[in-house]
Design a binder for this molecule. Structure first.
Ligand code: ADE
Ligand code: ZN
Length: 319
């Protein structure tokens, strides 16, 4: 049986499986640069974060309608349910969809409909988090966030993602100030490929409630002490780190040292359609390499719920 967990680091567009890319391209008469699924799959070899993002952004262009967003979200939730996920905090990239002319209301409505159905069907609770691109100007993120707030778009929080190196969190202070003032939750990717300093910035300048990835914190002892003292959640994605070569092999993965240091780490799947699997595959790979004890597994599962934005009563019921 799969461990019951909360999935807190999952990009909706990263659950777009090759089969769905082909079927949506056919549905919308979109010409792809690949003629078969095998040809598409042959592209899934990455040398770093950017090499993955280039393909990820190109593939998500097949998502065109509210129904498409409903379909991809439902397919993910069904898979997540089968792998033990009881609560999900789903990321999506609004700029990607607005850029090609979609109405953000259709994007969010398609996702929300599926989240509601999964709640009724499988009891999976949820939050929805809009991630802003760090490779695009902060002014663009600020403008879009202002619009989303003015038009009361139904999101629970914001995040920060995309190319990390050269795009430090300090560029996005105004965006995060506005989000917090508006009562939104705030998270940010930091310390995936970028240095420990980006994690300091995410904490001190963006005042995040969780750090996505954060594995580079181990380069800085003072930072580790602070993260432990504050029990700041770090959402770690083992298969992603291997496939994007942030870590060489699973045996080199810092998760056991992070647990040992008392960091509040939990396990997540990031972009499972690209990195070799969903929550269950991440745990299977970790178990094969580290053979975690029942106590360690329970700690990881407990951390995932405690790090979530579920309200405190519901949290206690899940633990
Ligand atoms: N967008 C989707 N996956 C990402 C990752 N692993 N890092 C940064 N941005 C992302
Ligand atoms: Zn991510």
């Amino acid at each position: 049986m799969n461990l019951p967990v909360a999935e807190l680091h999952i990009h909706l567009e990263g659950t777009l499986e090759p089969e769905m890319i082909m079927s949506l391209a056919a549905k919308h008469s979109i010409e792809l640069p690949y003629s078969s699924i095998d040809e598409l799959r042959a592209q899934y070899e990455f040398s770093n974060l950017q090499s993955f993002l280039d393909l990820f952004y190109a593939n998500m262009l097949v998502l065109r309608t509210r129904e498409d967003f409903h379909e991809i979200t439902m397919a993910y939730l069904q898979r997540a349910h089968a792998s033990g996920v009881r609560h999900v905090e789903l990321f999506f990239d609004p700029q990607a969809h607005v850029e090609r002319g979609m109405d953000l209301r259709d994007v969010i409505a398609g996702i929300r409909d599926a989240l509601g159905e999964a709640q009724d069907r499988w009891g999976i609770s949820h939050k929805l988090i809009a991630c802003f691109w760090r490779h695009a100007p902060a002014s663009e993120a600020l403008e879009l966030l202002r619009l989303m707030i003015a038009e009361k778009h139904d999101i629970d929080g914001i995040g920060l993602d995309s190319s990390e190196l050269g795009f430090p969190p300090e560029l996005f202070v105004e965006v995060f100030d506005l989000a917090r003032e508006s009562g939104l939750h705030v998270v940010a990717h930091a310390g995936e490929e970028g240095p420990a300093d980006y994690i300091w910035q995410a904490l001190d300048l963006l005042k995040v409630e969780r750090v996505d990835h954060g594995i580079r914190c181990l380069d800085d002892e003072k930072l580790v002490q602070r993260l432990v003292a504050e029990q700041m959640p770090l959402t770690v994605c083992p298969l992603s780190n291997i496939r994007l070569r942030a870590v060489v092999t699973m045996a080199d993965h810092p998760l056991p040292s992070m647990l040992e240091a008392g960091l509040k780490v939990s396990v997540h799947s990031d972009d499972p359609a690209y990195f070799g699997g969903y929550m269950d595959a991440n745990f299977a790979s970790l178990m094969e390499t580290f053979n975690f004890s029942t106590g360690q597994l329970a700690q990881l599962a407990r951390n995932s719920f405690e790090s979530s934005f579920i309200d405190e009563t519901a949290k206690r019921e899940r633990l």
